[in-house]
Design a protein around this ligand. Structure first.
Ligand SMILES: [Zn+2]
Length: 455
């Protein structure tokens, strides 16, 4: 384990300890669902920073910036560095080259200045760019396995990370109260997610280290370091340290999505089957903090209707490829068999030409056919359902799915939140609408100060 990663573990360890301390405070009177008037109580425990997998890299990695520190090598002033990974038998090493300042870079590796052993290399600096793109001031290059690509992992303090999340998740011209609601939901989701991942990591066999805790895609939250803008940053600053908490006063896993299509569902209904490949956001402990919500604006909108048409042959091939149906399975019909209380397709049934039946969840169908194709599970299969006793000729050649909304449909609806903000609601009222049983509380700053000392 490298020198630099230890503080992250410490920070998160502190977070967990602090959270158990926070539980002890939970007997204090708390007005559940009152997110508008009570002064936020202080709860302790925030990670000082988070580790996020930014993207895979290829070949020789170029790094530029000022006062670069790689492993134990420091380079004062501005410099350009190239880094090459090599695995020779059991030995993994990173060769570090310095490119002359008057060189344009290109294929010139420059002069070798150091070798760093191991599967990770730690890089710090100011104004850092990795393969020309702006990067956090502290990154790591990580190789997980023999044939794995190099992964770029960024370490950021929680609030800077959130500025990138809000900027990536919500358009900059949306009302400020919607951006603030997004900031608080994202902060809560992040802390709950980190807690979940740390807990999973601690049950793994020792010796297996965690290289990053968050993904920068929809698997967790979209995060793009380059995409920050002033309004997102303002929303994060205005709500600094505020989190939604559950009845145990732990930061809740505040799910959110783009467009509910008219009705927000309970998370445990959306992610109905364990081991479902699409349920990357995982099981949810915060069910009690949600309610079933009607979003009238989304229900009447024409913006969110979608339609997906395919042939039975293409559908069969895709379902086989994604292993939703066994090999040789030719879909004769597809139908929704159970729905959530919000009307989403919970389970579907595919029937084969020979009459075999296979069930899978609506979320798995989305994962198999593409999240931008099957934009939500609030859909109907309008053609493709053949009566079981009809002959081959009676079966439709195409399968047509029509639906509303975009995203999983649990927790805060971003388009609905935009509507509420345009109607003059505050971010606290918006959060109270989507997470009616939650409370907004203030994280203490002490954990960050502790972290700074530990570094
Ligand atoms: Zn909505």
């Amino acid at each position: 384990m490298s020198r630099s990663f230890r503080p992250a573990i410490f920070a998160l360890g502190f977070f967990l300890i602090s959270l158990s301390a926070a539980v002890a405070l939970a007997s204090a009177p708390s007005g559940r669902a009152d997110t508008s008037s009570v002064a936020p109580a202080a709860i302790s425990g925030a990670p000082g920073y988070v580790s996020v997998r930014l993207r895979p890299l290829k070949g020789v990695v170029s790094v530029s910036g000022s006062d670069i520190l790689i492993g134990s090598i420091s380079r004062p002033g501005f410099s350009k560095i190239k880094i090459q990974f090599e695995k020779l038998k059991a030995k993994e090493e990173w060769s570090i080259f310095e490119v002359a300042s008057d060189s344009s870079g290109g294929s010139d590796l420059g002069k070798k200045i150091a070798t760093v052993l191991g599967r990770k290399v730690d890089i710090r600096g100011s104004g850092l760019r990795v393969d020309l793109r702006p990067s956090p001031a502290h990154v790591q290059l990580v190789v997980k396995g023999p044939r794995s690509p190099i992964q770029l992992v960024g370490f950021l303090d929680l609030e800077s990370y959130l500025e990138g999340v809000v900027a990536s998740e919500v358009p900059r011209d949306w009302p400020m109260e919607a951006l603030k609601a997004q900031a608080v939901a994202a902060r809560s989701f992040t802390l709950a997610r980190v807690r979940e991942r740390m807990s999973a990591a601690s049950t793994q066999r020792s010796g297996k280290s965690v290289d990053w805790l968050l993904e920068s895609s929809v698997i967790d939250q979209v995060f793009d370091f380059d995409r920050k803008h002033s309004r997102a940053s303002e929303a994060v600053r205005a709500t600094r340290g505020e989190v939604l908490t559950d009845s145990s006063r732990r930061p809740m896993k505040a799910h959110y999505h783009a467009d509910c299509g008219g009705r927000v569902d309970l998370p445990h209904e959306v992610w109905t089957s364990a081991g479902d490949g699409s349920s990357a956001r995982g099981s949810d402990g915060g069910v009690a903090e949600y309610g079933a919500i009607i979003d009238r604006g989304c229900a009447v909108s024409t913006r969110n209707s979608w339609r997906f048409v395919t042939t039975r042959a293409d559908l069969s091939r895709e379902l086989r490829r994604k292993q939703l149906v066994p090999s040789g399975f030719e879909v004769a019909s597809l139908s929704v068999v159970t729905r959530t209380s919000g009307g989403r397709a919970e389970f579907l049934q595919a029937r084969s030409v020979e009459g075999r039946e296979v069930r899978f969840s609506g979320e798995r169908l989305r994962a198999a056919l593409g999240y931008s194709e099957i934009r939500s599970t609030l859909f109907d299969v309008v053609s493709g359902v053949a009566p079981s006793d009809s002959g081959e000729a009676a079966r439709p050649v195409t399968v047509e799915i029509v639906g509303r909304g975009f995203g999983h449909g649990a927790g805060l609806c971003q388009w609905g939140s935009r509507q509420l903000a345009s109607d003059g609601k505050t971010y606290r009222e918006i959060l109270s609408h989507y997470y009616p049983k939650s409370k907004i509380e203030q994280l203490q700053k002490s954990s960050e100060q502790n972290l700074a000392r530990s570094n």
